[in-house]
Design a binder for this molecule. Structure first.
Ligand SMILES: Cc1cc2nc3c(=O)[nH]c(=O)nc-3n(C[C@H](O)[C@H](O)[C@H](O)COP(=O)(O)OP(=O)(O)OC[C@H]3O[C@@H](n4cnc5c(N)ncnc54)[C@H](O)[C@@H]3O)c2cc1C
Length: 448
C-alpha cells in the first residue's frame, strides 16, 4: 500500500507536515506532492519575516534541507482552485492537507479606514518582502505615520518605516524596495496600542531592536507608566513582561532630540477614526483608555488626535477560503478538529486535513507549525480506512494534467536555479541575495 498525499502550500506548515510524515512510524509507503501557488517555496518565511531578521530567514536553510532530500515532489506556480481542483485531487490522491496560511489583513472597522493613505500591514509587508503579486512601487509620501497594533507585525512595519534604508542594504531587500524607502520623507512613526505597556502582544526581542536603530529616537510617554495592580502582577509573574518593562524603562531615561527620525509608542489608545477626505489623511483620532483593574482597559471619553498623513493597520492576518473546502468566515480558518477538517454539521470530512495558520489561525511562530503538523499527521495516519480511493494514483498523471492545462509549473531544480540566480545578483554588491520580484521572471529563470 502506498499513500499518495497532496499538500497544498509550501510554507513551513506544509514542509514540516511532509517531513514528519516521511519520518513517521507507519505500515505503508508514502509519496508526497507539494503544490504551491508561488514560484518559490517557504511561504511567510520568505514573504513575511522582515528582511533585517536574517536569523529567522535562516530557517529557510532547514526547510530547504527537507526539500533537497528529494523525496517530496514540488509543483510551484500552481494555484489550488484554478490550476488544480478538489476533484483532481480526489482522482489522483488518497488525501490532501491544506497548509495555505493567511496572507490578508484582518479588518479594522473604524470610519476613514478606506481613505487613500490607509493601508493594511500585510500588503506593505508583501511589498517590502518582494511578493510577486503586489505592486512594485509603494506610496511613501507621509512625514508622519500611524501604525495601529501592538504585535510583532506592527513593530516590523514601524521599524521598516523608521529605519534608514542604507541600514537595510546588507539584507535581501529588492532594489525597488530600497529605492522606494530612500525617497520616503518620514520623520515620525507613531505606534498605537489599545491596552497598556504590560499587555502588549509583541516580544521583548522585537521591542529591544527598535532602540538600536541608528539615528532614530524612541519616544515613550510618562503618562502610560502609571501601572495598576494587574500590570504590577504581570511584571512579577511573567519574565517576558519584566523584560519589556525594563526596555521601556530604559527608554524613559534616555535623552532624545538629536535624531532625524522618531518612533513613538502610544499605549492606552483605542482607534476611533482615520481623519481626512478623498484627497488624503490629516490625522489619527483615538480615545484614551485606562486600566479596568482586571488586566483589560475601558474608555475614558477623552478624545485625542495626532496629525499623520498615512495609517497602517497591523491588527492581525486572516485566512482565505479554499474552493470546495469548508470555511469559518468568523475566524478565517478551515474548521477542524486537531487537523481533521469538519463540515458545517461538525462531521469529519474524509481525506481532507489542515495544518499551520489556516488550521489554527494567524498566531504563533514558525516553530509552532511543527507541533501543528505532528497533530495533523497522527490523525492522517490513523484514518487510513477513510482515505479516498483515487481512480488514477499514477505519479505521472499530475505532470501530464498540468501540461495539458498549460500550467507553467516549477520544480525543485527550478527553485535551485532561481536561488542561485538571486545569490549571483547579490554577490557583486556584497549581499547574500537580491530577490527577483516579477512572477514571470521568476518562472522564466526557474524553467530555463
Ligand atoms: C509579517 C510577519 C512576520 C513574521 N515574523 C516571524 C518571525 O520573525 N519569527 C517567527 O517565528 N514567525 C514569524 N511570523 C510567523 C510565521 O510566518 C508563521 O508562523 C508561519 O509562516 C505560518 O506558516 P504556514 O505554513 O501556516 O503559512 P504560510 O507561511 O503563509 O505558507 C502558506 C503557503 O501556502 C501557499 N498558498 C496559499 N494559498 C494557496 C493555494 N490556493 N494554492 C497553492 N498554494 C497556496 C502560500 O503561497 C504560502 O506559500 C511572521 C508572520 C508575519 C505575517
Amino acid at each position: 500500500m502506498k499513500l499518495r498525499l497532496a499538500i497544498v502550500g509550501a510554507g513551513p506548515a506544509g514542509i514540516y507536515a511532509a517531513d514528519i510524515l516521511l519520518k513517521y512510524e507507519r505500515a505503508f509507503d508514502v509519496s508526497i506532492d507539494l503544490f504551491e501557488q508561488l514560484p518559490a517555496p517557504y511561504g511567510l518565511v520568505r514573504y513575511g519575516v522582515a528582511p533585517d531578521h536574517p536569523r529567522i530567514k535562516g530557517i529557510i536553510t532547514a526547510l530547504r534541507e527537507v526539500l533537497d532530500r528529494g523525496d517530496i515532489r514540488i509543483f510551484g506556480n500552481v494555484l489550488y482552485g484554478r490550476d488544480i481542483t478538489l476533484d483532481d485531487l480526489k482522482k489522483h490522491y488518497h488525501a490532501v492537507i491544506f497548509a495555505t496560511g493567511s496572507v490578508h489583513d484582518a479588518a479594522l472597522d473604524i470610519p476613514g479606514i478606506e481613505l487613500p493613505g490607509s493601508y493594511g500591514a500585510a500588503d506593505f509587508v508583501s511589498w517590502y518582502d518582494g511578493h510577486p503579486d503586489y505592486p512594485r512601487t509603494w506610496p511613501l509620501e507621509a512625514e508622519s505615520v500611524a501604525v495601529v497594533g501592538n504585535g510583532n507585525v506592527a513593530l516590523d512595519v514601524a521599524r521598516i518605516l523608521a529605519k534608514h534604508p542604507e541600514d537595510l542594504l546588507p539584507t535581501e531587500i529588492p532594489d525597488n524596495v530600497f529605492e522606494g524607502l530612500k525617497a520616503s520623507p518620514v520623520t515620525d512613526v507613531h505606534v498605537f496600542g489599545r491596552r497598556g505597556p504590560m499587555q502588549v502582544k509583541f516580544t521583548p526581542l522585537e521591542l529591544r531592536e527598535l532602540g538600536e536603530l541608528r539615528d532614530v529616537d524612541m519616544i515613550v510617554y510618562d503618562e502610560d507608566f502609571d501601572y495598576d495592580e494587574a500590570s504590577k502582577r504581570a511584571i512579577e509573574s511573567n519574565k517576558q513582561v519584566l523584560v519589556i518593562d525594563k526596555v521601556l524603562g530604559q527608554w524613559r531615561q534616555r535623552e532624545v532630540g538629536q535624531a532625524s527620525r522618531r518612533l513613538h509608542l502610544h499605549f492606552y489608545a483605542k482607534p476611533l477614526e482615520v481623519v481626512g477626505d478623498e484627497h488624503g489623511i490629516t490625522a489619527f483620532r483615538y480615545e484614551r483608555t485606562e486600566p479596568d483593574g482586571q488586566g483589560g482597559v475601558r474608555g475614558t471619553g477623552e478624545i485625542r488626535e495626532v496629525p499623520v498623513q498615512a495609517v497602517y493597520r497591523a491588527v492581525g492576518y486572516f485566512g482565505s477560503p479554499l474552493p470546495g473546502i469548508p470555511f469559518d468566515k468568523k475566524h478565517g480558518v478551515v474548521p477542524n478538529h486537531e487537523g481533521q477538517v469538519l463540515d458545517k454539521d461538525n462531521r469529519i470530512v474524509p481525506g481532507v486535513y489542515a495544518t499551520g495558520w489556516i488550521k489554527r489561525g494567524p498566531v504563533g511562530l514558525i516553530g509552532h507549525t511543527k507541533s501543528d503538523a505532528m497533530e495533523t499527521i497522527s490523525h492522517l495516519v490513523k484514518d487510513q480506512a477513510s482515505w479516498w480511493s483515487p481512480a488514477e494514483p499514477d505519479e505521472d498523471a499530475i505532470p501530464a494534467l498540468l501540461a495539458e492545462r498549460g500550467v507553467a509549473w516549477t520544480d525543485l531544480d527550478g527553485w535551485h536555479r532561481l536561488d542561485a540566480h538571486e545569490m549571483a545578483l547579490g554577490e557583486p554588491h556584497g549581499r547574500a541575495r537580491i530577490k527577483v520580484v516579477p512572477r514571470d521572471e521568476m518562472v522564466r529563470i526557474s524553467r530555463d
